[in-house]
Design a protein around this ligand. Structure first.
Ligand SMILES: C[S@@+](CC[C@H](N)C(=O)[O-])C[C@H]1O[C@@H](n2cnc3c(N)ncnc32)[C@H](O)[C@@H]1O
Length: 274
């Protein structure tokens, strides 16, 4: 069904569920993100590229917030991209939004791009691709162009109180599969200097919001349930017994403590091309 980029179908995550998670995540932080964009100099009429747009809920916010801007929404997952076209057809018809298939590391546009936005993408890239992506964004931007990277890493999970031998094992495998490589758990600590090394001037980092998968709410609404990881069994990354033990452990933990909470931060890094 789907290509290799962002392997949600491999993990047996329903694309409609993923779409709903992405929608929720945009809803809880878009106002602050747009306010920051305006504060750092994004104005109506500038051309904006949204890289890794997913089903395009933030691209839509960009269309609404900058009505005279042209928005290019790019992604390498065909299922999410077709949802993006479906949801935001009216902006495509108006000629304000262009939805384009594109893989990070192979992006090429012959237009002047004043602003790049990339939300919740960097943390999914393996280490060499992360560096390539920063260089690519630098190349794509016009001089003085602005870059807004909204992302997280494992060090941003500040408080999670659901533990268990099998749960931990399943989630470790899950994050490995999603390219959250253990050698790169704290990449945000060196992202500012990396942006500078790439040629950007690093301007700011802001704690934007929590992750909608772990919004500091009752753990019963915690979307990263071991059940989300069933695809790992299908791909022989864990055994069915381990999966079942993790699910059982999770359900026992929930019964034991109805107040389990978890919080992780999402940060926005702002930089400018010289
Ligand atoms: C968590 S989603 C974020 C979607 C969107 N930016 C948002 O904020 O709602 C991550 C997106 O990055 C895209 N992505 C990941 N790796 C990619 C790659 N190598 N090339 C292009 N897109 C990629 C995925 O397909 C997915 O849509």
């Amino acid at each position: 069904m789907s290509n290799e980029i962002y392997p949600i179908s491999k993990l047996n995550i329903n694309v409609m569920n993923e779409d709903k998670c992405l929608y929720d995540q945009v809803k809880i932080s878009y106002q602050k993100e747009i306010r920051n964009m305006k504060y750092f100099g994004v104005t109506n009429g500038m051309t904006i590229l949204d890289i890794g747009c997913g089903s395009g809920w933030f691209s839509r916010i960009l269309c609404e917030s900058f009505p005279d801007s042209m928005i290019y929404a790019v992604d390498g997952n065909k299922d999410l991209l077709s949802l993006c076209k479906k949801h935001h057809q009216s902006y495509i018809n108006k000629g304000q939004l262009k939805v384009i298939y594109g893989e990070i590391g192979k992006l090429d546009f012959d237009i002047e791009i004043h602003v790049i936005v990339s939300r919740l993408v960097l943390q999914h890239l393996s280490l060499p691709l992360k560096d390539i992506f920063l260089q690519e964004m630098y190349q794509l931007l016009t001089p003085n162009g602005l870059c807004f990277i909204t992302t997280t890493d494992k060090t941003c999970v500040s408080y999670t109180t659901i533990y268990g031998k099998y749960i931990n094992h399943v989630f470790t495998k899950y994050y490995e599969f999603l390219n959250h490589k253990d050698d790169d758990v704290d990449f945000l600590t060196h992202l500012p200097s990396q942006l500078n090394d790439t040629g950007f001037t690093f301007l700011n980092v802001d704690n934007i919001t929590v992750h909608s998968d772990e919004p500091g709410q009752d753990i019963k609404h915690f979307l990263v349930h071991p059940k989300r990881c069933y695809g790992l069994v299908l791909y022989h990354k864990i055994t069915k017994q381990t999966y079942e033990k993790a699910v059982k452990e999770y359900e026992t933990e929930i019964k034991k403590n109805s107040n389990i909470k978890s919080i992780s931060s999402i940060l926005q890094f702002v930089s400018k091309k010289n």
